[in-house]
Design a protein around this ligand. Sequence first.
Ligand SMILES: Nc1ccn([C@@H]2O[C@H](COP(=O)(O)O)[C@@H](O)[C@H]2O)c(=O)n1
Ligand SMILES: C[C@@]1(CO)OP(=O)(O)OP(=O)(O)OC[C@H]1O
Length: 158
Amino acid sequence: MSSVRIGYGEDAHRLEAGRELWLGGLKVPDAPAGAVAHSDGDAVLHAVADALLSGLALGDIGQYFPDTDPAHAGLDSRVIVRRCLELVQQRGYLPQNVALVVTLDRPKLGPLRQQIAQSVAALLALDEGAVGVSFKTSEGLAPAHVQVRVTVLLAAHD
Ligand SMILES: Nc1ccn([C@@H]2O[C@H](COP(=O)(O)O)[C@@H](O)[C@H]2O)c(=O)n1
Ligand SMILES: C[C@@]1(CO)OP(=O)(O)OP(=O)(O)OC[C@H]1O
């Protein structure tokens, strides 16, 4: 197998008023709506986890954490990322850097950029500078929707 691999993941959730919005392991303050999901609905962490798995062709998070399993109701998505990282490490690989893009109309996430980068970096044992975080609006095309796309570079370790 090659010594470097690229992983790609994405996730989307419908947003509904009265729910919490979690992104990258952080609860977004004053969010007008949060994700409708079986777990905590953290689309950043779900996309990161899928990117880790896809880099080594290990499937996707639904196979490891089925949304039909009541045991996963309200699940803290950091648990999903930790498990996926473990699977990658067991195969001799470590993430090198992550690039993630969140598409969300409201609220503005710019003030949370550093905290999200730090949180994702800590989960993956990376420096904050190895996690690039971009935000986009949908330009009003999908106001009740959060979408996240993530790439990750994996490299074989000794
Ligand atoms: N939830 C969001 C969405 C976007 N931003 C920032 O706004 C700028 C413009 O975004 P466009 O989609 O209009 O290109 C850009 O700098 C984003 O970082 C944000 O902070 N929060
Ligand atoms: C996380 C899981 C499991 O609780 O469910 P959801 O929170 O609904 O999220 P989704 O992005 O649809 O991923 C599937 C499942 O693995």
